[in-house]
Design a protein around this ligand. Structure first.
Ligand code: CA
Length: 222
């Protein structure tokens, strides 16, 4: 389920917006200050931020800039009451992807959200309670970020993109290691076992990664 972070201090705007997003099937987190927005964005995988620029504690533009700096691929949709701010907001300076001026129609905002989430979802792979941010090279198990080595991340990203299907040992070796790999694939088994450990999986009854004997591995999709 895609997760949307709503940053808006005005309940009259935030509440109907959150309800509409939930009706559309989004997991929604709402905060009312810039400080909470930065905290919430850093805490878990977010698919899109709806950001009001008029916040009580800090300037929304600086929040936008901070979010963009922390994650280059995170879609940010700005809400603004001032049309003269738009150039600054969507310009390279603040890094927002799109904007809606207040007052807005809920239907229009939802359409923008849908479009942006669709583009971003190719970068954020979700499998069971795992989320893998391909571009940002980060992964989460529930709300907890996984500490993965480069190879472990590549391995998880490859299995995640093909979740539910078997990826052969040869494909994995070619993709994650080197296409001219002729040596032992024992290193693959070692990395799989490290990855399983970090996911809290065990080889005998893997909830996430299953071994398909003589063929390869499959990340279970559900
Ligand atoms: Ca406001």
């Amino acid at each position: 389920m895609a997760r949307v972070l709503v940053v808006e201090d005005d309940d009259g705007i935030a509440e109907p917006l959150v309800r509409a997003l939930q009706r559309e099937g989004y997991d929604t987190v709402r905060v009312a200050t810039g400080a909470d927005a930065t905290r919430a964005a850093g805490a878990g995988p977010i698919d899109l931020v709806v950001l009001d620029l008029g916040l009580p504690d800090v300037d929304g533009v600086s929040v936008c800039r901070a979010l963009r700096q922390a994650d280059a691929s995170l879609p940010i949709l700005v809400l603004t009451a001032r049309s003269d701010e738009i150039d600054v907001i969507v310009g390279l300076d603040a890094g927002a992807d799109d904007y809606v001026t207040k007052p807005f129609r809920l239907g229009e905002l939802l359409a923008r959200v849908r479009a942006r989430v669709r583009v971003h979802s190719t970068d954020l792979v979700r499998v069971q309670d795992l989320a893998i941010d391909i571009a940002g090279r980060r992964a989460w198990h529930g709300d907890e970020e996984l500490e993965l080595t480069t190879k472990e991340f590549d391995l998880l990203a490859l299995l995640g993109r093909r979740a539910g299907t078997v990826v052969t040992r040869e494909e994995i070796m070619g993709d994650v290691w080197d296409e001219h790999w002729f040596g032992s694939t024992r290193t693959l088994d070692v990395h799989i076992s490290w990855l399983r450990k970090k996911l809290g999986d065990d080889a005998a009854s893997g909830r996430y990664i299953s071994t398909v004997r003589g063929v390869g591995f499959r990340l279970e999709s559900g």
